[in-house]
Design a protein around this ligand. Structure first.
Ligand code: GTP
Ligand code: MG
Length: 189
């Protein structure tokens, strides 16, 4: 599958008809600043499609991008941003939960992005377990592998694999644009 067109459709902040309109969705979730928006840009080859920032908390809405006029890539706000107010964090958590666990919204695949350098945090594991409990089809992306030297890379990947038995893990660098082919294959197979 090749991505030939990508366009921003809408940002939503809660229930919205568009989320239940039957067009298949691939959702991107992960801690704030882990590179969800950057991964979407690198996958589509459109540099500024999704807004990115070096500061956590950039994406505040559920952003839908229509790909090949056939399906949506869904860019979600990140969880676990420590410096956000409690109310802000609760609002983001509510938004994420209401999207994933709404009875009429469905995701074809959920791409859970973690930082290859950091590995699974407690929050990442919590998210993974919750997605599993709801029967979601999860692909794990270990982003920012460009930060790791070869021997560290091996060690980190082994650790990540040990914690996620049964899931596909795709090493990725949105910055260096590596792992794109592998991730597209996992999303569309
Ligand atoms: P929120 O929307 O705030 O949750 O963040 P996000 O997960 O969408 O992250 P975003 O794509 O905005 O990227 C956050 C920061 O990480 C930016 O400074 C990016 O340039 C950087 N970044 C993203 N991917 C990579 C990568 O593969 N390697 C490196 N070294 N940096 C990356
Ligand atoms: Mg973002």
């Amino acid at each position: 599958m090749k991505i030939t067109s990508a366009k921003f459709i809408k940002g939503v902040v809660g229930d919205d008809e568009i989320l239940g309109n039957g067009i298949p969705q691939i959702a991107f979730i992960g801690r704030s600043n882990v590179g969800k928006s950057s991964v979407i840009n690198s996958l589509t080859g459109v540099k500024d499609l999704a807004r990115t920032s070096s500061f956590p908390g950039r994406t505040q809405e559920i952003n839908l991008f229509l790909i090949n006029n056939k399906f949506y890539l869904v860019d979600l706000p990140g969880y676990g941003y420590a410096k956000m107010s409690n109310a802000g964090r609760d609002a983001i958590a509510d938004l994420i939960n209401s999207y994933f666990f709404h009875s009429t919204y469905e995701q074809e695949k959920v791409v859970l992005i973690i930082d290859a350098n950091v590995g699974f945090t407690d929050k990442d594991l919590g998210m993974l377990r919750t997605l599993e409990e709801h029967g979601k089809n999860v692909i794990i992306v270990a982003n920012k592998v460009d930060k790791l030297k070869t021997n560290e890379f091996r060690k980190q990947m082994k650790k990540i694999e040990d914690m996620t038995l049964g899931h596909v893990i795709v090493p990725y660098s949105a910055m260096k644009k590596t792992g794109i082919k592998e991730l597209l294959k996992e999303i569309f197979n």
